[in-house]
Design a protein around this ligand. Structure first.
Ligand code: TRP
Length: 434
């Protein structure tokens, strides 16, 4: 199987130049490489967590889809779809929700940040926190696991979500896989080389700083107006300028060849006026963006065309998701009623076998003990006290290795009340399988 790379884009805002340089352009570039299978999707269910304005959701979905297509994403080469067109994602979300510890979600940065803000403000810790926000990482895990993605290019703020996706995947594999790995454990791919574009004021370009330059919205005029607002010092034309004193240069760099970058810097040092420099920057950006903007405007004017492309993407995506989900339903016991079910006791033994655990401990009498518990924490086997911890350890080792056959009359341990030898045998068998 080739390397599967998957990226989700939350459909709330309107893409700006920083999104283009930092995410869109490199992702499209990477999707053209050989041996990569790329999945791009509009994370519109995630958008609903942050936004309850239907008009904004609708507009953003269209703008973001048109942006990626205009920027050169080839829907024939990649799988390009909307999250909300894949019902298997929400269905998997529930299966994963049922195996995700609440404590794991309590530790999510985004949720904790809300709690901290509330606490600082003297409000209820969960004020304004929806279950959508709380369970955000599980939906994201489902996005990734349903397609068994290997690599997920994300920003640093998403690393924890990837760790959670791995955790949940592992747990599901362990509980229901019966030795099979339903899910690949995904990895975050953080591209250190990708430029972080500064905004008008030199800080990172970001909507929250209100320092963005629009990508397509507002046309060439909008771009020109934004560039006019880039902060520079007050040196006059003819005065030598420090190329690194403004974000103008970094913006220029993002659209220029190494030789062009050098030439631009040399001109600034030689006294090029800021007004003139801004003209050059506009021309440089337009060289790359103008043809894309034309495509963007044609796409925005024809939403039905985008709809068709996304429907085709959903079809390709579901061709992969539907069979996997059918297997997962089978694995958790959501099965067609065609044959008499596995006897309940057998099922119980199996689940005990999957989570049986030996515990060694010391009591207040100073002696060492071991016990074997099942998934529910029920004690299956209880030892008597030993003088030495080693003795307890040796018995545990023997029981793990030899199973029931080690359990002769001389074993200083007894079966707990109500536990059958069959249940114990099943639990011990799970150790020899590992
Ligand atoms: N949480 C991501 C972000 O805010 C968006 C996202 C949703 C995503 N699902 C995903 C990214 C799956 C990668 C994979 O940027």
């Amino acid at each position: 199987m080739s390397l599967r790379v998957l990226t989700g884009i939350t459909t709330t805002g309107t893409p700006h130049l920083g999104n283009y340089v930092g995410a869109i352009r490199p992702a499209i570039e990477a999707s053209r490489g050989a041996g990569v299978e790329s999945f791009f999707f509009l994370a519109d269910y995630h958008a609903l967590i942050k936004c309850d304005d239907p008009a904004r959701i609708e507009r953003s979905r269209l703008q973001i889809a048109a942006t990626w297509l205009a920027a050169g994403l080839d829907p024939a080469r990649v799988v390009f779809y909307r999250q909300s067109d894949i019902p298997e994602i929400t269905e998997l979300t529930w299966l994963l929700t049922c195996v995700t510890a609440k404590g794991l979600m309590n530790r999510a940065h985004a949720y904790k940040a809300s709690v901290d803000l509330n606490t600082a403000a003297g409000a209820d810790p969960d004020d304004g926190v929806t279950m959508g926000l709380f369970c955000y990482p599980i939906l994201m895990a489902a996005d990734i696991l349903i397609f068994n993605a290997h690599k997920v290019p994300v920003g640093r703020d998403q690393i924890q979500h990837l760790e959670m996706a791995r955790d949940v995947a592992q747990r599901f594999n362990h509980l229901f896989g019966n030795g099979r790995q339903f899910f690949v454990l995904p990895e975050a791919a953080i591209d250190e080389a990708v430029a972080m574009l500064p905004g008008l004021d030199g800080r990172k370009m970001s909507k929250s700083y209100d320092n963005t330059i629009p990508l397509f919205e507002g046309g060439a005029k909008g771009l020109q107006e934004a560039i006019a607002r880039i902060v520079t010092d007050s040196r006059l034309p003819g005065e030598p300028k420090d190329p690194d004193s403004t974000s103008l240069t970094a913006l220029f760099d993002a659209f220029a060849t190494p030789a062009e970058r050098e030439a631009f810097r040399a001109e600034l040092r030689g006294g090029l006026g800021w007004g003139e420099a801004k003209q050059r920057l506009l021309k440089q950006i337009e060289r790359e963006i103008a043809p894309l903007r034309e495509r963007y405007e044609a796409l925005i004017a024809d939403p039905a065309k985008i709809e068709t492309i996304l429907q085709e993407g959903a079809r390709k995506a579901r061709a992969l998701a539907t069979p996997l989900l059918a297997e997962l339903r089978q694995a958790v016991g959501l099965r067609p009623m065609l044959a008499p079910p596995v006897a309940a006791t057998q099922a119980k033994e199996k689940s005990a076998a999957q989570h049986a655990l030996f515990k060694q401990y010391r009591e207040s009498d100073g002696r060492f003990y071991f016990k074997l518990t099942d998934a529910q924490g029920r004690i299956l086997l209880q030892s008597t006290g030993f003088e030495q911890g080693r003795e307890a350890g040796q018995w545990v080792g023997r029981l793990k290795q030899e199973g029931l056959s080690a359990l002769t009359a001389e074993v200083p341990a007894s079966l707990a009340d109500g536990i059958t030898r069959e249940e114990l045998a099943a639990a011990l068998a799970s150790f020899s399988e590992d």
